[in-house]
Design a protein around this ligand. Structure first.
Ligand SMILES: C[S@@+](CC[C@H](N)C(=O)[O-])C[C@H]1O[C@@H](n2cnc3c(N)ncnc32)[C@H](O)[C@@H]1O
Length: 295
């Protein structure tokens, strides 16, 4: 059975590489939906992360990243702990992806509404919720854009969180103001995201190709959150804790990436490029957990 799965994965991978070569020329800046709907993204997240789309959390200094699933759950637990909410608290998962994180929060007793821009992810999320036996009283996921939360009542939620999606925001300040409006007084915002002090051209290109053009520069989360009216801002740095995954991406992707570069085709494989270049430039960005309160 295992070898059949491996052969199937290899066939799907070969098909994916072929499709990426003929469909993505790396020239245009993709929309969020185009980036996530690419064959490369779909295959990569499925094969490597079981359709979770976030980093794992490892003890600092660990070299062996397996099993990855355990580290993914550890990152979800970190977020759950940062939220620090009683059972029954109402939360928004903004950019819920395939609902993996939202399901973890719902299993922990939170009442979760998730939104995501990418229709395919919303369908996945609905499958994941069903497979985990969660009810619509515990969790719902629908299509939506966190730049427009006009259908969510003001002051109606105890918390909002993002797991690796705020980096895609076209207008980060507007999004933070939206989050603040729907939070009750004393409500909590937790963002598990990246910030950068990347200056190299190749890394700017990685940001463009993954629709992260407005990812915040290091140190600017605090000022932007203050501008949006948040208080009690704390930042925890998990950069060392996510390194094992990026080292794995860097090592796995290195040879294919350099071969593609030789023939000038590396931009067709955004995620391979991002994995290898981020690892080769390690230290030029951080993975942070930001927590703030609506006064
Ligand atoms: C890296 S994935 C993270 C998914 C999920 N939070 C997880 O950890 O598995 C980023 C997700 O954010 C979604 N997204 C990006 N921009 C969005 C927006 N403006 N509104 C809602 N969702 C958005 C994407 O469609 C994608 O599913």
């Amino acid at each position: 059975m295992a070898y059949r799965r491996a052969i199937l994965a290899l066939l799907v991978l070969a098909g994916g590489i072929f499709t990426a070569l003929i469909t993505n020329d790396g020239a245009a800046t993709p929309s969020v939906e185009q980036y996530y709907s690419s064959v490369e993204s779909r295959l990569g997240y499925w094969l490597l992360l079981g359709n979770a789309r976030h980093c794992g959390y490892w003890p600092a200094g660990i070299l062996w990243p397996f099993p990855i699933g355990r580290a993914l759950r550890a990152m979800e637990e970190k977020l759950y702990q940062r939220l620090d909410l009683p059972a029954g608290a109402k939360v928004l998962d903004a950019g819920a992806g395939s609902g993996v994180v939202a399901s973890y929060m719902a299993k922990g007793g939170l009442v979760v509404q998730g939104i995501d821009l990418t229709p395919m992810h919303v369908q996945d999320a609905q499958r994941v919720i069903k497979a985990r036996g969660l009810s619509s009283d515990q969790i719902t996921v629908r299509q939506g854009d966190y730049h427009d939360l006009s259908d969510v009542d003001s002051a109606s939620l105890d918390a909002v969180y993002t797991m690796e999606t705020f980096v895609h925001a076209d207008d980060p300040l507007k999004v933070l103001k939206n989050f603040r409006r729907i939070l009750r007084s004393g409500g909590v915002l937790v963002l598990h995201e990246a910030d950068f002090h990347w200056d190299s051209e190749v890394l700017q290109e990685v940001l463009r190709l993954s629709h992260c053009q407005n990812t915040l520069k290091e140190g600017t989360y605090e000022s932007l959150l203050e501008e949006a009216g948040f208080t009690n801002i704390t930042v925890d740095d998990y950069t060392d804790n996510v390194l094992p995954l990026w080292r794995l991406f860097g090592i796995l992707g290195s040879v294919p990436y350099d071969l593609m570069r030789l023939i000038g085709q590396e931009k067709r494989f955004t995620n391979v490029m991002a994995g290898v270049e981020a690892y080769r430039h390690w230290g030029q960005g951080r993975y942070i957990s930001v927590r703030a309160t609506n006064p």
